[in-house]
Design a protein around this ligand. Structure first.
Ligand code: DAV
Length: 409
């Protein structure tokens, strides 16, 4: 086209830029294909097409540090030990993660894997020093996918400060391959002593006291600076639901709110959890209209209206099949409800979690059993060990009625 400075030409330029916007929009909705990287995921249930699955490789039990110590129960077999986890357990963990990845590939889902760094190296910054890193089994903790953006969380444990590096090769590739992809990182936190309450560690704190503290929202992390782990965030289209607890503070939630101005960000807390770390063994959306809630960690009444007023059902999750977590595991038995939804009719459930599988079956879901329990110790369950890259669908408003909800600040 020839440009001339006449009113007609001006009009055609405007026309052209509209065409361009139209083309860009169409590009965004172009059909997904495994050969073409596209980052897009707005919720926890739309059909999954591309996902990252972690590795157990070189996973370490980190040395004590303020935030971690508070999570390790007083009678845990992990107290007092640190260092690389036994190689035979790592191999077994990787075997299960590899099998899981292959199963997903068999269902037509593209699966990428991280690049582990050397976790035996001490983590040293001008503000702190700790003896080792952690691992890269749970990408969900680090990466928050919202639409065409993947955001690296601040993280709140010192041993996890450099964990984002394991995902950089993938994120760099996505950035090169997908012109719409926004690669973002939240401000790295200082994680100085002032980020943690020293009194959280003192003495033999009873479970009763811990429960009182959770109910009062008195957690191991202070409000020194924004802190969040990505696994404290659940995506419901226009709404993001964030757990305030050990790993995410109010400033972290406020940071997320300012970072996603088009979203409505809701702070939640779950009294009943003595160690509130990550929302994904507590509150699990399954499909539009249906959420499983840990019956020991019920969402308080004043925070339920967002869901119930919009006709969403919150049901008690089934009991875990186990009385205790596997050896050297940080997480609770409630990894039973840490499921990965493949689409609104299909869900991956850990193979031994028979009660959870049965409940989801009753709720009309097709259940895909996945053997993962021997990998739990490396950082969690099926939701933890994955991070979304692409789910079909766009941003929807699931909660058009917005009742007063607990404000973050
Ligand atoms: O119940 O121990 C585990 C969540 C891991 N992302 C729990 C929470």
């Amino acid at each position: 086209m020839q440009l001339r400075s006449s009113p007609t030409a001006a009009k055609s330029i405007v026309g052209n830029s509209r065409d361009l916007a139209g083309r860009l929009n169409r590009m965004k909705t172009v059909k997904w294909s495994p050969e073409r990287t596209q980052v897009n995921s707005w919720n926890e249930w739309d059909p999954l097409k591309h996902v990252i699955v972690g590795y157990a490789t070189d996973c370490h039990i980190p040395p004590p540090e303020p935030a971690l110590e508070a999570k390790v129960p007083e009678d845990s077999d992990m107290r007092g030990q640190w260092g690389k986890r036994p190689q035979d357990m790592i191999d077994r963990g990787n075997e299960l993660l590899d099998t899981f990845a292959e199963m997903l590939r068999g269902r037509g889902i593209r699966v990428d894997r991280p690049t582990p760094i050397d976790f035996s190296q001490p983590v040293v910054t001008p503000d702190f020093e700790t003896g080792s890193g952690f691992g890269c089994m749970p990408p969900r903790d680090v990466l928050l996918t919202v639409g065409n953006e993947i955001l690296e969380a601040t993280m709140s444990y010192r041993c996890r400060w450099f964990e984002y590096l394991c995902y950089r090769p993938l994120l760099t590739r996505y950035w090169e391959e997908d012109r719409n992809f926004r690669h973002e990182a939240a401000p790295k936190p200082r994680l100085a002593d002032s980020d943690y309450r020293p009194d959280y560690l003192s003495g033999n704190i009873s479970i009763e006291t811990r429960l009182e503290w959770t109910a009062e929202k008195y957690f191991v992390t202070t409000e020194e600076e924004p802190l969040f782990d990505a696994a404290d965030v659940l995506r419901f289209g226009k709404d993001l639901v964030v757990q305030h607890g050990f790993t995410t503070n109010l400033k972290g939630i406020e940071w997320i709110r300012r970072h996603f101005p088009e979203h409505r960000v809701h702070a939640t807390n779950f009294p009943g959890d003595p160690y509130p770390i990550h929302i994904d063994a507590t509150f699990t959306p399954i499909r539009p209209g249906l959420i499983l809630n840990n019956p020991e960690r019920r969402l308080p009444d004043d925070q339920r209206a967002l869901f119930t007023r919009n006709d969403w059902e919150i049901v008690d999750a089934a009991r875990p099949a186990h009385n205790s977590p596997p050896p050297l595991c940080y997480s609770s038995t409630w990894l039973s409800m840490n499921v990965l939804v493949l689409d609104p009719k299909t869900v991956c459930v850990e193979k031994s979690e028979v009660h959870q599988a049965e409940q989801l079956d009753r709720l009309g879901m097709e259940v895909v059993e996945v053997d993962l329990r021997d990998a739990y110790a490396f950082g969690g369950g099926l939701h933890c060990c994955t991070a979304d890259v692409y789910r079909e669908g766009g941003i929807e408003d699931y909660f058009p009625i917005q009742p007063d909800f607990a404000e973050a600040m």
